[in-house]
Design a protein around this ligand. Structure first.
Ligand SMILES: *Cc1c(COP(=O)(O)O)cnc(C)c1O
Length: 331
């Protein structure tokens, strides 16, 4: 596989399992639903950022860097996995977090602290606007810092999801999915899956469920994904030219915006927990599963389809949203 020539640090356990969600399918009277369990990558309670970090920090190690800087929301799963990965690679980790420091550290934030990362509170700047300033400070103090982009979504991050499609192919062999549904938020997962689909000639429809309203994005998110897919295929020596037609980004479920939990997420989390014993998270996978359930109920995805839901992780955030999740409707 063409991803082999890129340096990589092993940070998780792969392949992640693929399981069938028979009871959830039955409850919905819907299609067969399978799940790719990237919540089980193993690194610091798992998630899709483990894949990206294997290549991104592989590059950092190859360059001889001794510290990493990245950014995210206070409950960023990306920051939590970066903090753990950095610890395991003996690198100092600096996290630039949006918002103000809360009175009590819960969920991912608590884990960031346990893994020994240095926290920088950035107010409104939750997408890494303050990274250059911290980079300069570290340089000045004699460090060799490496910047991991917001969400780990650069070419190396996306590359890991091209490899993930190859991994999936090797696991499922005769299953032909009609749809792959997943949470899309910084674009690396989406761009990588797009390339993987093309590279392996797969017929499934890729439906990214948009998680963020993107009001503050400099580049519209759909453009960003296409651009990243094209840059990544270029890096891989594939001459793919993706256009907007190749992209399905469903923004129907962003609700009140990033990290605001509503009925959609609550129902998806309780249904998946109570039919399958599987935990989703309030910010990403709960919303994406809520989208899938709605698409099944409204007939966009029908009984004869065969769906793979890509579980991208996020479990620690459950503990930071206890006020929204403690009383859920019985099913
Ligand atoms: C980061 C993240 C996503 C989104 O992946 P992107 O590659 O950033 O689009 C989805 N789910 C979880 C749990 C995440 O942490």
């Amino acid at each position: 596989m063409m991803t082999k020539k890129f340096p990589k640090e092993e940070l998780g356990f792969f392949p992640t399992p693929v399981v069938k969600l028979s009871r959830l399918s039955e409850y919905l009277g819907g299609p067969e639903i399978f799940m790719k369990r990237d919540d089980m990558t193993g690194l610091a309670l798992g998630g899709n950022k483990t894949r990206k970090l294997e290549y991104i920090l592989g590059d950092a190690v190859a360059q001889g860097c001794d510290s990493v800087i990245t950014a995210g929301a206070a409950q960023s799963n990306h920051c939590r996995q970066t903090a753990a990965a950095a610890a395991s690679l003996n690198m100092e980790c600096h996290l630039v977090l949006g918002g103000e420091e809360p009175v009590e550290a819960k969920g991912n934030l608590l884990l960031d602290q346990i893994f020994g990362s240095h926290l920088h509170w950035a107010g409104q700047n939750r997408k890494g606007e303050d990274i250059p300033q911290i980079y300069k400070q570290l340089k000045k103090s004699g460090k060799k810092p490496y910047v991991v982009p917001y969400g780990g979504s650069n070419e190396l991050g996306a590359l890991s999801f091209v490899a993930a499609v190859e991994e999936l192919e090797s696991q499922i062999k005769d299953e032909q999915f009609t749809h792959i549904v997943f949470a899309s938020s910084s674009g690396g997962t989406h761009a990588g899956l797009m390339i993987g689909k093309k590279l392996y000639g797969k017929g499934f429809k890729l439906i990214g469920i948009n998680i963020d309203k993107g009001e503050t994005d400099e580049i519209p998110f759909d453009h960003y994904i296409i651009e990243l897919a094209n840059k990544t295929s270029n890096m891989l020596g594939l001459k793919y030219e993706f256009t907007q037609e190749a992209l399905t980004l469903n923004s129907d479920y962003v609700g009140q915006g990033y990290g605001v939990v509503g009925k959609l997420e609550q129902e998806a989390i309780s249904l998946t927990a109570r039919t399958e014993g599987i935990l989703l998270d309030p910010v990403y996978t709960g919303r994406a599963m809520g989208g899938l359930i709605d698409m099944i109920r409204t007939g966009i995805i029908n009984k004869n389809d065969k769906v793979l839901f890509w579980h991208t992780g996020g479990a620690p955030a459950v503990f930071a949203y206890s006020d929204k999740l403690h009383l859920m409707p019985q099913i």
